[in-house]
Design a protein around this ligand. Structure first.
Ligand code: URA
Length: 230
């Protein structure tokens, strides 16, 4: 993590104050004065400001049941940001792990731990995301085979990774994917001539959404660890 970020995480300082302290030569990392705010440090390093050893605040891991008509952004942009539904300090340090569209509801993860989010969003990690999808027209009989084989979406140069489609009723399906391309689910159904009219993310990895609409909670230690590479 960057040194200025570490200082914010372990003190009440904001990014500007942290940078000023670093540039003024008041911060030592493993007994060396460091004046570059971008210096990469690890939580095991001994970081001292004015003789005081810093201890980083533990990372935070949050799940939210996103309502429709809210946006996955740190600021309001036409619709309220999902951060309006979460009540924790230093929200600027948090980021969203895999955004949902404005009209999509469901499970959103929020954290300040970039390595952890990488395990969830990187396609290499094969972390499954499960969506409940309502469709305008009855699902075609060959849709599951097409999704499993992979679809070349307009504007992409590689087909989608194998996805699992389960039919609940003619216009309701459950889709499991391991990627998170822009509007991926809607584009996959458009590619087979259908249209998503309602979309809800129910699961990410082993984590099943268990909250009322617009509610949030911290994840348990076991839930956080469930996303670590096996
Ligand atoms: N795919 C979409 O098309 N929209 C979402 O919100 C999530 C996945």
């Amino acid at each position: 993590m960057r040194l200025d970020k570490f200082i914010c995480k372990s003190t009440g300082h904001n990014r500007t104050q942290a940078r000023q302290l670093i540039v003024a030569g008041e911060v030592a990392v493993n007994n060396l004065i460091i004046v570059d705010p971008a210096e990469q440090v690890h939580e095991n390093n001994c970081i001292i400001i004015n003789g005081q050893i810093l201890v980083a605040r533990p990372s935070r891991y949050i799940m939210l049941h996103k309502p429709a008509a809210s946006i996955c952004s740190n600021v309001d942009e036409g619709y309220p940001s999902i951060f309006n539904y979460i009540d924790v300090p230093d929200m600027d340090d948090l980021h969203i792990v895999g955004r949902l569209d404005t009209d999509t509801t469901g499970l959103v993860l929020v954290t300040d731990d970039g390595r952890w989010s990488f395990n969830i969003i990187s396609p290499q990690q094969q972390c499954e995301k499960v969506y409940l999808v309502e469709l305008r027209s009855a699902i075609a009989t060959d849709a599951a085979d097409k999704f499993s084989a992979g679809l070349l979406l307009p504007g992409e140069n590689a087909p989608t990774l194998a996805a699992k489609l389960e039919v609940i009723s003619p216009r309701q399906v459950r889709l499991t994917i391991t990627q998170g391309k822009y509007h991926q689910v809607k584009r996959m159904f458009a590619a087979i001539g259908n249209k998503v009219i309602k979309l809800h993310r129910q699961k990410i990895g082993d984590l099943d959404l268990d909250l009322e609409l617009a509610a949030w909670r911290y994840l348990s230690v076991a839930e956080v660890a469930s996303f670590n590479p096996k």
